[in-house]
Design a protein around this ligand. Structure first.
Ligand SMILES: Cc1cc2nc3c(=O)[nH]c(=O)nc-3n(C[C@H](O)[C@H](O)[C@H](O)COP(=O)(O)O)c2cc1C
Length: 208
């Protein structure tokens, strides 16, 4: 079995190992707007739920030819972005929005997606997305290389009728909209079967 020291690998190999081992990754389909008003939309799979109180999500954004990607530039300019839930029905549109387009390209237009304005932050969202997190920039963390971790505080959660709450809870039942995840390269994971397991009761006998 090979053992790799990531620090000895070229950047591309490190990226390939990381993205193929941390799988499947949820995808933040991030919509934002420049200070000049230009809408932008792009997918990011370096994405995680960070905290419920405060309600935080994180997106790690790289550079393009040494400059911040449009999403990062917009978030810096406006302090706002939305995370649209990436559903299977919109997978090819999502892929379309990942093109390395110049800043003046509106990816909503490009992918034929309807746009609506968030209520709590200065950012657009995909009008027919099954769920949307409206985020205000909480903190930007320099990760020491090309990536910046953008931490967003969720000010509003928008759910469509396609995402009902599980009765008596605030679990948003996203199974019906079939969220997609990223594996590596061009590979995506589609929703398969789910399993339900009851967790062990606390305070049981200590193992030993
Ligand atoms: C499924 C998927 C996930 C991606 N995840 C990331 C990511 O986590 N970080 C990143 O910097 N780029 C990621 N990319 C590439 C960006 O989507 C791409 O660079 C895009 O053009 C950025 O757009 P922007 O310049 O409008 O922000 C991903 C692409 C795809 C298709």
């Amino acid at each position: 079995m090979p053992i790799f020291d990531p620090s000895m690998l070229p950047a591309r190999a490190r990226h390939q190992l990381l993205t193929s081992l941390v799988v499947p990754r949820p995808i933040a389909w991030v919509s934002s707007r420049s200070a000049a008003g230009q809408p932008n939309l792009a997918p990011f799979s370096f994405f995680a739920a960070l905290s419920a109180t405060p309600f935080l999500v994180g997106v790690s954004i790289g550079q393009r030819r040494g400059a911040p990607k449009d999403t990062l530039r917009n978030v810096r300019e406006t302090g706002a972005f939305c995370v649209n839930l990436a559903a299977e029905a919109r997978l090819s549109a999502l892929n379309e929005t990942s093109g390395e387009y110049p800043p003046e390209v509106d990816e909503f237009d490009r992918a034929g997606l309807p746009l609506a304005e968030a209520g709590s932050v200065a950012a657009p969202y995909v009008a027919d997305a099954p769920a949307v997190l409206e985020c205000r920039l909480f903190r930007e963390v320099d990760l020491g290389g090309e990536n910046a971790l953008v931490i967003g505080q969720v000010l509003a959660v928008r759910l469509s009728e396609a995402v009902p709450l599980v009765a008596g809870t605030h679990f948003a039942d996203t199974r019906g909209v079939r969220p997609v995840a990223r594996l590596w390269g061009d590979l995506y994971a589609l929703m398969g079967e789910t399993a339900s397991l009851t967790r062990p009761a606390p305070g049981g006998p200590a193992g030993g």
